[in-house]
Every structure is written in structure tokens, then in C-alpha cells.
Design a binder for this molecule. Structure first.
Ligand SMILES: Cc1cc2nc3c(=O)[nH]c(=O)nc-3n(C[C@H](O)[C@H](O)[C@H](O)COP(=O)(O)OP(=O)(O)OC[C@H]3O[C@@H](n4cnc5c(N)ncnc54)[C@H](O)[C@@H]3O)c2cc1C
Length: 481
């Protein structure tokens, strides 16, 4: 393999760039935006700093692995901080329930509001750990290059044991009886852009990551992860270009031979790795007639408000969730393409701003309509969100403010219908048969990122980049963590 072109500088593309460049491969990466990190985007509004995108960081060892394979020390670039009590859940009846990776703390809390849950808590953690280990061993380190990869007996064994037929909601009901507690765990479905009433219980492994391994953030902002990847890829010899969009993947006799940039320049390549969202980019850059990927259901999107306030709130945790009274109905509305009038509101209050607060406010939103329209009036919905927060006692008075809607997400990142996590995992087919990382129609074309295997979320897309890079290098697809 002589030359690799990577389309897109999101975490998936950067992860592949670091590993390939480190092994002496000639790598050129083209990113259409003016920052590296894709959806993990730093935003500065006056004195207020925000991370747009991933605010909840789990599996820090995945990011460390990419950094440290270059010989660098993670600590020289970024510091992961573990949050002990990481999430405050608030309900309409004003009760609160906190999430923490401290087992004793959780049991004490559960003993008061969910005695059965307290008694079953050890079993719960044991089971979610089993699910995580199953996925880590059998699902994560694969690219599904050919049909035969699906035939592996170990994969079949793992699939059968991963609770594919049970829903997440049903799974949590096995262990907990308090509706608020179940709702807090049900929310993990949104980490994969899906509904807890449909997504398979396999994803209860997220509870292992949050409740055992822990929730982290990066000092100074999570966007530093992407900046570090970009720096190390360049240091290893990769050429990374910002503000340069790819217009077309050039194919000859069923094999990629390069890409054409928006300004008309042609760049030769033996391999092209597409980090741009496959659902959108395959049609736009590879084959305008092929709409097969668009049959997949996009994950949910988000209505985001970045709000800088002069005020600080001592009673906010790093992550806060103000729950809607009827969670099931909220997901039914989202899946029907409607914005909820009583939305669950997530507020991240990281310690990034010396005076005042940088609040990242997110409401789950339906993806755009198929013809690219947003189903709500931006200004009216923003006021509704402020009003709802006030009803929970949070009177947010913006000093600065920026609203980022599904329309912006679709436009800025090329995300199909503004989906946050590529394909939703509401259907078993979409969960267990995500698009493979190797194009089956065009030789030399590979895919990394949230839409492909193993899935959305910042650690997963980094793993997809590692898998493709290791495959191209002829290395074993093992994940040494
Ligand atoms: C609001 C929000 C909240 C989220 N919260 C979390 C969270 O708390 N935790 C978590 O783990 N994950 C979270 N995620 C999901 C996470 O951000 C994504 O799964 C991950 O960052 C996606 O990385 P990626 O590499 O797949 O794609 P992207 O980050 O989308 O990168 C793709 C890149 O390709 C570029 N591109 C597209 N087309 C072209 C072209 N033609 N030419 C050149 N470049 C192109 C895009 O500009 C983009 O930079 C969140 C996402 C959002 C939007």
C-alpha cells in the first residue's frame, strides 16, 4: 500500500491517520471544516468555552491507546479527569437520583428508593460487565470484510449470548423497580441515538462503562483529544488539510485510484478511507445512483443550546438530566418525527469557564425529514427549553448563546438527516449488521466512523479507525485494552 487518502478529520479518520502514519504509510487527510475532530468541535463564544458533541467520555483507554502507540505519553498532551458522582437525574416530582461509579454509594442511594434494586445491584453490574466483555472480544475487533466473516462460530455464540431479543427497557426492569431509576438507565439508549423501548439489551454494556469503569472529561475540553490525534498524525508524517472538501472518489475498473477535491485538484491514492458519514457521502462522493445505504434508519439528532451565563450553580453536577414525565411518549414522538413538548433536557456544566458557566444544553430531536426539513421553529423551541428549565428551578439568563439544530449538524458535518450516531440501533439488523468497514463493491475503499461497524459514540469510532488501519497494515485486529 503506497498512498492512503482519508476523507474527513473526525475521530474515526484521525485515529486511522495516526496509526497508518506511524507505520510509515503516506497519508493525506482532507477535512472540509476549519477544525479537526468533526462533531467533537471546540466552540468559543466570548469568554465562554464549550465542547460541542461528546461531553460524556467513557473508555479513555481507547484514546490513550492511539496516543501511546506513537511513543508519546498521554499526560504530556491531555489529562483525563474521572468524575466520581457524574450524573444528577432530576424528575418532575423534584426527586433526584445520582449516578456514580462508586458501588457503595449507589447501593446506599438505592436502599432508600429501590430496595430490590439495591439487593440486585451486584448482579446487575456482573451482567453488564459480561455484556461488555462479550462485545469487546467478539464485536469490536472486526471489520466484516467478506460474507465469511459473519459465519464465525465465536461470533454466533456471542450474538446468542448478547441478549439480542430483549429490549434495554425490559433489561433494566429485571433489576430495578423504581420508575425513576429505570428511566435514568433507559437514557443510555440515547448514547446510541435510539429508543430504550426498541434497542436490544446488548447495549446495557454502557452501564458497565459508566457505573464501573467511570465517566471522564478532559481538562480544558474534550476537543483536545482530537487536537492531540491531529498533532501526532502530523508528527508521524501524515499531511492533514483543513478547509478542503472532497468532491468525488475516483474509481477505475472497480478500484479506487484517488479523490477529486472541491477545487478540482486530483489526488492519487491506492486506498481511500471515508470518515464522512457513509449514509450521505456514498451517494454524494461515490455513486449518485446508489441509495442503498439510505434505507437504514438514522439515529436521533439533537437540538443544542450553548449558553454562557454569568451565574454559577453549585447544585448542578457535571452532567444533569431533567426528565420528561412520560419518557415512552417522548421516544414515540421522536420516532414519529415530532419534537416533544415536554422534552427531557440534558445540561452539561463543565468547569471550563473561570467566571460564570458554560452550559451545554441538549434535547433529543428527530432526524430531519427525508427532504431535509426541521420539524420545529428554532426560536419557539428554544424558549420552550428555557421555560422547562425554569420549571425545574434553573433560571438560565444567557450572556452569550448559540443554537445548533439538526439542520446545522447535517450541513456542517455532512451527517445524514442530522443524525448524531449514524444509523439507529432500534432494529436488530441495524445493530448487528452495520455497514462493514470495507466496501464490498469497490476495491480499496474503506469506511470508518459512527455509521459503520462497531457503531457511534467517540470511543467506537476511534476503534473503527484502529481496525481499518490495522487491517491495511496486515496486523491482527486485536484491541489491547
Ligand atoms: C450533540 C452531540 C452530542 C454527542 N454526545 C456524545 C457523547 O457525550 N459521547 C460520545 O461518545 N459521543 C457523543 N456524540 C457522538 C460523537 O460525536 C460521534 O459518534 C463521533 O464524534 C463521530 O465521529 P466520526 O469520526 O464518525 O464522524 P464526524 O465527527 O462526523 O467526522 C466526519 C468528518 O468528515 C468531514 N467531512 C464530511 N464530508 C466531507 C467531505 N466531502 N470532504 C472532507 N471532509 C468531509 C466532516 O466535516 C467531519 O469532520 C455526540 C454527537 C453530537 C453531535
Amino acid at each position: 500500500m503506497k498512498k492512503v487518502v482519508i476523507i474527513g478529520g473526525g475521530l474515526g479518520g484521525l485515529s486511522a491517520a495516526v496509526t497508518l502514519a506511524q507505520h510509515g504509510v503516506d497519508v493525506q487527510l482532507f477535512e472540509k471544516n476549519s477544525h479537526f475532530g468533526g462533531k467533537l468541535m471546540p466552540v468559543q463564544l466570548g469568554d465562554y468555552y464549550f465542547d460541542f458533541g461528546p461531553n460524556t467520555i467513557t473508555m479513555p483507554f481507547v484514546f490513550r491507546h492511539v496516543i501511546e502507540q506513537t511513543g508519546a505519553r498521554t499526560e504530556d498532551y491531555i489529562t483525563f479527569r474521572k468524575l466520581s458522582v457524574h450524573t444528577k437525574n432530576v424528575y418532575e416530582d423534584k426527586t433526584t437520583f445520582f449516578l456514580s461509579s462508586d458501588r457503595d454509594y449507589m447501593k446506599e442511594q438505592l436502599a432508600v428508593i429501590d430496595r430490590v434494586g439495591a439487593l440486585r445491584y451486584d448482579d446487575f453490574l456482573r451482567e453488564v460487565e459480561r455484556l461488555y466483555r462479550l462485545a469487546k472480544t467478539h464485536f469490536f475487533p472486526r471489520i466484516f470484510r467478506s460474507f465469511f466473516n459473519y459465519m464465525s462460530p465465536s461470533l454466533a455464540f456471542a450474538l446468542l449470548n448478547a441478549r439480542p431479543l430483549e429490549t434495554l427497557h425490559h433489561f433494566f426492569q429485571r433489576y430495578f423497580t423504581n420508575e425513576h431509576v429505570i428511566q435514568a438507565y433507559d437514557r443510555y439508549a440515547t448514547y446510541i441515538g435510539s429508543s430504550p423501548y426498541m434497542a436490544p439489551a446488548t447495549f446495557a454494556m454502557i452501564a458497565y462503562l459508566e457505573m464501573v469503569d467511570g465517566v471522564y472529561y478532559v481538562d480544558g475540553g474534550n476537543a483536545r483529544i482530537a487536537q492531540t490525534f491531529a498533532h501526532l498524525a502530523q508528527k508521524a508524517g501524515a499531511q492533514l488539510h483543513l478547509n478542503r472538501a472532497v468532491k468525488r472518489v475516483v474509481v477505475k475498473n472497480g478500484k479506487v485510484i484517488g479523490v477529486e477535491l472541491a477545487d478540482g485538484e486530483k489526488v492519487e491514492a491506492d486506498v481511500v478511507i471515508m470518515n464522512a458519514d457513509l449514509l450521505q457521502a456514498y451517494r454524494e462522493l461515490v455513486d449518485p445512483h446508489d441509495r442503498s445505504y439510505e434505507r437504514a434508519e438514522p439515529s436521533i439528532s439533537a437540538f443544542v443550546m450553548l449558553v454562557g451565563t454569568k451565574e454559577t450553580w453549585d447544585d448542578l453536577a457535571h452532567h444533569n438530566v431533567f426528565f420528561s414525565p412520560n419518557y415512552k411518549q417522548e421516544f414515540e414522538h421522536i420516532l414519529a418525527g415530532r419534537y416533544s413538548e415536554h422534552p427531557t433536557i440534558y445540561v452539561c456544566a463543565p468547569p471550563f469557564t473561570k467566571e460564570g458557566s458554560s452550559l451545554f444544553v441538549l434535547v433529543n430531536a428527530p432526524p430531519l425529514t427525508k427532504d431535509g426539513r426541521m420539524q420545529v421553529d428554532e426560536q419557539a423551541y428554544k424558549q420552550l427549553v428555557y421555560e422547562r428549565l425554569r420549571s425545574y428551578g434553573l433560571n438560565v439568563v444567557p450572556d452569550v448563546e448559540r443554537v445548533i439544530t439538526p439542520l446545522h449538524i447535517a450541513e456542517q458535518f455532512g451527517a445524514y438527516r442530522g443524525a448524531l450516531y449514524g444509523i439507529a440501533s432500534n432494529r436488530r439488523r441495524d445493530t448487528f449488521l452495520r455497514p462493514s468497514n470495507a466496501c464490498k463493491r469497490i476495491a480499496g475503499l474503506y469506511f470508518v466512523g459512527g455509521t459503520t461497524h462497531p457503531g457511534g459514540g467517540s470511543p467506537m469510532v476511534v476503534i473503527s479507525g484502529q481496525n481499518v488501519a490495522n487491517h491495511l497494515l496486515g496486523a491482527k485486529l486485536s484491541l489491547p485494552f
